[in-house]
Design a protein around this ligand. Structure first.
Ligand code: NDP
Length: 447
């Protein structure tokens, strides 16, 4: 049987059991194309139904979240936690608050997280959670009431040795603070149950920078491995949230020329390049003032293109850092036509399946999210260790850890993904992430 023949019954079963969950199907398909042939070649993994078990979450928890808005109206949202797999450590993964959140998206994210966490080499299982609550336009008091209600329910299912949530889209330091405070009140325990905490109450240095910095360390390693460098390269970045801002910061620091950032209303194109001073304005605008990216034009010369993504501009490198499926097949073709040599996924699954194939067919260096954005969860893992040991590591120590973890991930991708001259980073990450989890599952027998 060839790969396709094995894929068809596997995917048919997955789609039947998880009807209409297209993001989840997409994420599992992408992993299965590499793992099914790998299992076929390695007898010890055969007949253990590993991929079927990995793609069936250990459990999915759903709950109602009621809160009262500033006008005194009762509001009801839906909350979820998908605990995908804890074979190699406590469940770990972010919480997303966005109107688009549904079980398909959270199941895809929890599945991906399982492989990503394994790649970091740290003892963390995979999970993801969140709510269809939209924090945009809500007052601080409303966000606080929502967070308190959300974690009052979620709190029954998490703990430092059980499941340790963190932030994601719509969940930053403010939301983690509200949830940690409520959890502490409910349990009467000061524990490391959430990561991404403020430095005053158990947070880790460089956590907020880690995902973006890590993605650029990955890019740096990929380019060096292919005898190139970031210096002087034109870089397109989407998003202007946590990941985008720090990816831009590190890329600028290493001599790259970042020419775009975006948000859900469109993108800005600064052909002179966004420097450290301009980026400081974006940080203030998006983090402190919760404004729109178009307000960049109030201070600096640039173009704002409404309701579009930046992928049709001429550039050497693309770092998508907004959301899933933000690079279509057409975008992939345009990037290649305009000279793109490398794409690093800062966001989770930002490239559609057909886009990935186009990049790989054209030998573009393509770092999938499970490898490229693992720096965030890696430093979250280090936050857990610091909390357990009741100590705080210095910024220099943590930077060293982050660099080393990203470098090791790059090496795993090269080891498992090199095909003649080309490194297939997706294949390398899928196999590299799979082995540790699969070996632990085999050790446990049938559970
Ligand atoms: P933030 O909420 O801080 O920022 C998200 C950014 O993306 C904002 O600029 C937002 O625009 C934009 N955006 C969100 N949804 C859409 C959409 N549907 N269309 C266009 N733009 C959109 O999130 P993060 O930076 O934390 O996360 C970004 C991505 O990185 C996600 O895929 C997340 O899962 C992934 N990730 C994050 C990690 C982390 O440590 N934070 C770790 C690993 C992965 P607007 O301001 O208009 O909402």
């Amino acid at each position: 049987m060839n790969v396709e023949e094995n894929m068809i019954p596997f995917m048919k079963g997955l789609k039947r059991r998880n009807r209409g969950e297209k993001e989840f199907h997409q994420a599992v398909y992408e992993v299965a194309t590499d793992i099914i042939p790998f299992i076929k070649k390695h007898p010890k993994y055969q007949n253990a139904l590993l991929l079927e078990r990995l793609s069936e979450p250990d459990r999915v928890i759903s709950f109602r979240v009621c809160w009262v808005d500033d006008q005194g109206n009762i509001r009801a949202n839906r909350g979820h936690r998908v605990q995908n797999n804890n074979a190699i450590g406590p469940y770990k993964g972010g919480l997303r608050f966005h109107s688009s959140v549904n079980l398909s998206i959270l199941k895809f994210l929890a599945f991906e997280q399982t492989f990503k966490n394994s790649l970091t080499g740290l003892p963390m299982g995979g999970a993801k959670g969140g709510s269809d609550f939209n924090p945009k336009g809500k007052s601080n008091a409303e966000v606080m009431r929502f967070c308190q209600s959300f974690v009052t329910e979620l709190g029954r299912y998490i703990g430092p040795d059980i499941d340790v949530p963190a932030g994601d889209i719509g969940v930053g330091a403010r939301e983690i603070g509200y949830m940690f405070g409520q959890l502490k009140r409910l349990t009467n325990k000061f524990s490391g149950t959430l990561t991404g905490k403020g430095l005053e109450y158990g947070g880790s240095l460089i956590r907020k920078e880690a995902t973006g910095y890590g993605a650029v360390y990955m890019l740096d390693d990929m380019l060096k491995h292919h005898k190139q460098s970031i210096e002087g390269k034109r870089i397109l970045i989407s998003g202007s949230g946590n990941v985008a801002i720090y990816a831009a910061e590190k890329a600028i620091h290493l001599g790259g020329k970042v020419i775009t950032l975006s948000d859900s209303s469109g993108y800005i194109y600064d052909k002179e390049g966004i420097n450290a001073e301009k980026l400081a304005l974006v940080k203030d605008l998006k983090v402190n003032r919760r404004g729109r990216i178009s307000e960049y034009l109030n201070t600096y010369d640039a173009e704002f293109v409404a309701d579009q993504r930046p992928w049709h501009l001429k550039a050497d490198i693309a770092i998508p850092c907004a959301t899933q499926n933000e690079i279509s097949e057409d975008d992939a073709k345009a990037l290649i036509k305009n000279g793109c040599i490398a794409l690093v996924e800062g966001a989770n699954m930002p490239t559609v399946k057909e886009g990935i194939e186009i990049f790989q067919d054209n030998k573009v260096l393509f770092a999938p999210s499970k490898a490229a954005n693992a720096g965030g969860v890696a430093v979250s893992g280090l936050e857990m260790s610091q909390n357990s040991a009741r100590l705080s590591w210095s910024e220099a120590e943590l930077q060293q850890y982050l660099k080393k973890i990203m470098h090791d991930i790059h090496e795993k991708c090269v080891t498992h993904g090199t095909e003649k001259e080309y490194v297939n980073y997706s294949k390398g990450a899928n196999i590299g992430g799979f082995i540790k989890v699969a070996d632990a599952m085999l050790a446990y027998g049938v559970i």
